[in-house]
Every structure is written in structure tokens, then in C-alpha cells.
Ligand binder design. Sequence first.
Ligand SMILES: *Cc1c(COP(=O)(O)O)cnc(C)c1O
Length: 357
Amino acid sequence: MLNFTVGPVMSSKEVCSIGAEQVPYFRTEEFSSVMLENEKYMLEYTKASANSRAIFMTCSSTGSMEAVVMNCFTKNDKVLVINGGSFGKRFVDLCIIHEIPHVSLNLEHGKKLTKERLYEYDNQGFTGLLVNVDETSTAVLYDVMMIGEFCKKNNLFFVCDCVSSFLADPFNMSECGADVMITGSQKVLACPPGISIIVLAPKGIERIESSEAKTMYFDLKNALKNQERGQTPFTPAVGILLQIHERLKEIENKGGADAEVARVAAQAKDFREKIKDMPFELVSESPANGVTSVHPTTANAYEIFLKLKDEYGIWICPNGGDMKDTIFRVGHIGALTHEDNTTLVNAFKDLQARGIL
Ligand SMILES: *Cc1c(COP(=O)(O)O)cnc(C)c1O
């Protein structure tokens, strides 16, 4: 199998071999020290400011998106949601479910957020802003420094969903002024799905400490308190946390977060160059490194996904909803090489030769 989706993605051999081992009991000093090290690496790789914290949630990243909405906002807030695709819409839906007053700033699929559009919402009594830094459904990367400046000016509580952009695109939590960042195990961390990670700047911690959210599993105050000793309130996905530990060390050994971002960027650039002559239009006005969003001009996007999966053993990433027939995505994250790109492009060429593309 060759997997170019945007998660789960291909894991390194070392990460896979941990997955084949017995899962240890976790209320131990040994596991606590793994968890404290995981936190240290996460704070380092996100370039979080002093006194920031990281917590590890056993749920998919949508669970952490929901936990953050529940713990950081109330009915007294007014939140601006950048909504450029499926993941932006997910934040809107979460605000609706949890009755958080909000306004959805809708962007056409593939379009970036311009300063002009954002500043239409300047000085309008907002208290928070939610953004998916890479709107993975269309592969649009938003300008997080520009948004951060807007948040500073308007004193907004700033939440960054970096689920697919963490370690793929440059992110400096303290410089952009994010109060919360969210990511997950199955994207650039290239581990199995099941863990998502929330990094909190001091202002984020403050909001959580004063939260009165009615929830047991998503009580982030409790998660923060337990992580002080490298533990979680409930049984976490222990095996995946050990795999994350291995992966975070791998990244360190290969030069750290910036080196990983450069590796993903080179993987994306190589792919985009190799498809220059294909009947493809690139959808994103401001492409993220982690994924290329492609509109095939001569064939149905979903059909191409099915053909590659069933006849070539190659997985690209289909889109859902109203983008299903027109857009597919190719990921550049996980244990992929430039040779793997060539294999995929050769399969596209074969489809062309067969008159399918
Ligand atoms: C993948 C992704 C998510 C959600 O991840 P799940 O683990 O499926 O819940 C959220 N936001 C972005 C930007 C993503 O790419």
C-alpha cells in the first residue's frame, strides 16, 4: 500500500514496530516520564512561550476542537470563525451545538483570507477567533501572523487548529500570539489515529482554569492537573503515546521541527513539479505544504481515487460533500519519498494512456 491521504498516513518502521508490542500498564513513573517528555517536545516544536502547557487527549482532533470550544468560550463570547471548507464549517457547527455566539466568515473554496476581508470585522465586539490554519479540505494555508495581529489589535482569544499544518508549515505559537493550538496523531506526526494534542499559552490556561463547562471527559482543567505529573485522568491510548514519543525523538534526531517542515515542503514541491503537464488545476490560492488539492479537468475526481485504490494499490484522498466529484487531494505528509511521488505520477500517466484521465 502506498498512502498519499492526509491521515492516517504512512508511519516510520520504528513507529510501526512499537505498534506490534504489548501495551504496558501506565500508572507508572516510566510512563509519566514519557508523557512529560512528549509535552516538552510539543512545547519546543510549536515554539510556545514560557509557561505554556500541552495536554494529550484520547480522541480524534475533532474531540479536541469540541473540548476547546466548550472550555474556552461561553454564551458571553462573540467568536469569529474563518470558514473556508469542511473544517471551518466544523467549528461553526461546534459553536451552534454549544450555543456560542459567533459569526462565520465564509470564504469561497480555495480562496485565501485577505487582510481586507478580515478587517471588515475589526472593532465589532468580537472576543475570540477560530481558524484551521491549513483548511485541509481545500489545502488553503491562512496567514497566521496576519490573523494573529488582528487578534492582538482586537484583544481576541485566538484558537489555531493546526491539525494538518503542525510540522508541515512554519508555525511559531508565541510570535503569532495563539492562545491555543490543536493537532492530532495521524497527520504529520505520522502515528495511528487516536490521540490529539492541545497546546495552551498562559492565556489559554487561564481560560481553562476558570471554565465552568459541564463535562467529565472533556474537562481540560482535569487534564492539565493530571499532566503536571505526566498522567491523564482516564486510560489514554497508551500505545499511540509511546509511538508519538518515538516519532518526536525521530524529529529531534533529524534536526527538529524546522527540518521536518522543510522535508514536507520539498515533498510537496517535487509532486507539484511532476504534475505540471497533467490535466490538473491546483485549487488552492495559497497552498499548504501538507497537501495538494487538485481539480482534474478531464475526469471525475472520485473515480480517479477509486481506480488508484482498486487497481494500483495507491491511496489518494477523496473529498467529501459538494467537492466529491471535482477535487481530490494528494498528501505530502508521513513517511513518503520523492520516489513515491514518481510512482503516483506514473500511475496517473497510465490512467491517461488508458483514456481514463
Ligand atoms: C484532520 C483534521 C481535523 C480533524 O481530525 P479528526 O482526527 O478526523 O477529528 C481537524 N482539522 C483539520 C484542519 C484537519 O486536517
